[in-house]
Write a protein that binds this ligand. Structure first.
Ligand code: KG4
Ligand code: ZN
Length: 339
């Protein structure tokens, strides 16, 4: 079975072809980073228009390797920016209609947790997923394709958002995550003791906006006395990641889960990968994370989850709407099981 995946929820236009849920034939990603970097963040209107220009060339390139017509179109219906989502779903509907094949809508955040399937490394159910991206930061217990329970999540900023905002304040460039990652690698994580928000809260939630404020306040106060930017980056990162790693282990223990999946754009982060791997090893847990191109936004993960949802009987009609605030583990209105 050949699945075409389409992803346009934020600032990446992407299309991918996946055979039988695991053989990736193509995964084309057109990033809009250059367009948004002058603003230091994604501008929704600019993003939607850029998808409109990019999506057809991206699809053409992804479909070039196809010897036959796809059997299914899988598309992100949320969460994300409404104008961006509309571009993807409109194209998906047009293709499903003209090819006369089914379409299935997919939750973008859930898809991040299924990305290891593309490398044959998805654990058996139930497993714990830590999804850390620019828009979301959550822990979920995944017991099946439609049995997903949020265990904890950020109460304010997402982890990637915290990286991006701190980098913007420090004038480092956009997106800030990869830049802080590189700087932190040569900095001293103990140079400044930033707060570990909610580390002893007893629940599995996070709060990351105070950390950004703490970094800004510290820099204003320290002025010329502040340590080098590498040390600030490493200290910020150490504070953020300590809470994330601690709560991930706590979630696994509380739920008796042995397998952990790390996904989302921030799953590219060197320090997060290393510290979570160490913590999991110490607790006898197995950890998988996808290759970097499958961590950041891509249509391959949409195809991987769409394929599984299709196999489970899910279909979307050609009147399918998009949902900017679609919740993880929640049913998608307009997408249901047939029969
Ligand atoms: O999953 P993603 O591509 O898009 C969303 O769904 O949001 O995640 C993008 C986020 C951005 O905030 C970016 O700064 C962050 O992932 N990111 C990183 C790294 N690479 C990307 N954060 C920290 N370290 C990295 N190496
Ligand atoms: Zn994402």
């Amino acid at each position: 079975m050949l699945v075409l995946g389409i992803e346009t929820s934020c600032d990446e236009s992407s299309a991918a072809l996946l055979r039988d849920g695991e053989v990736l034939l193509s995964n084309v990603v057109a990033s809009q980073v250059d367009l948004h970097s002058e603003y230091g963040g994604v501008v929704p209107e600019v993003a939607a228009r850029a998808h409109l220009e990019a999506i057809v060339p991206v699809l053409e390139e992804a479909l070039r390797v196809a010897a036959e017509r796809p059997d299914l179109v899988a598309v992100t219906v949320g969460p994300g920016l409404v104008g961006s989502l509309i571009v993807g779903i409109s194209v998906a509907k047009g293709l499903a209609w003209s090819w006369d094949v089914p379409m299935v809508g997919v939750n973008h955040v859930e898809a991040h947790a299924f990305a290891p399937a593309l490398e044959g490394r998805l654990p058996e159910y139930p497993f714990l997923a830590l999804v850390v991206s620019g828009g979301h930061t959550l822990l979920a217990e995944i017991s099946g394709i439609d049995d997903i329970e949020i265990l904890g999540q950020t109460l304010d900023d997402a982890l990637g958002e915290a990286y991006d905002k701190v980098a913007k304040y420090l004038d480092l460039g956009y997106p800030g995550g990869p830049i802080i990652d590189r700087l932190a690698a040569v900095g001293n994580p103990r140079a400044v003791e930033f707060p570990r928000a909610m580390i002893s809260s007893g629940d599995l939630n996070f709060s990351l906006s105070g950390l950004k404020t703490a970094v800004i306040r510290y820099m204003m106060k320290a002025g010329a006395q502040a340590p080098g930017i590498e040390d600030i980056a490493a200290s910020f990162q150490a504070a953020a990641l300590e809470v994330i790693v601690r709560k991930t282990i706590k979630a696994a223990e509380e739920r008796g889960l042995r397998d952990v999946v790390l996904g989302g754009g921030v799953a590219c982060n060197t320090a997060l990968r290393a510290s979570l791997a160490d913590a999991c090893e110490a607790e006898g847990l197995s950890l998988v994370y996808p290759s970097p191109v499958l961590c950041t936004d891509n249509a391959a993960m949409i195809a991987a989850l769409g394929y599984r949802r299709f196999q489970a009987g899910y279909r979307s009609g050609l009147r399918q709407d998009v949902f900017p605030n679609q919740g993880t583990g929640e049913p998608i209105a307009g997408t249901g099981k047939i029969g």
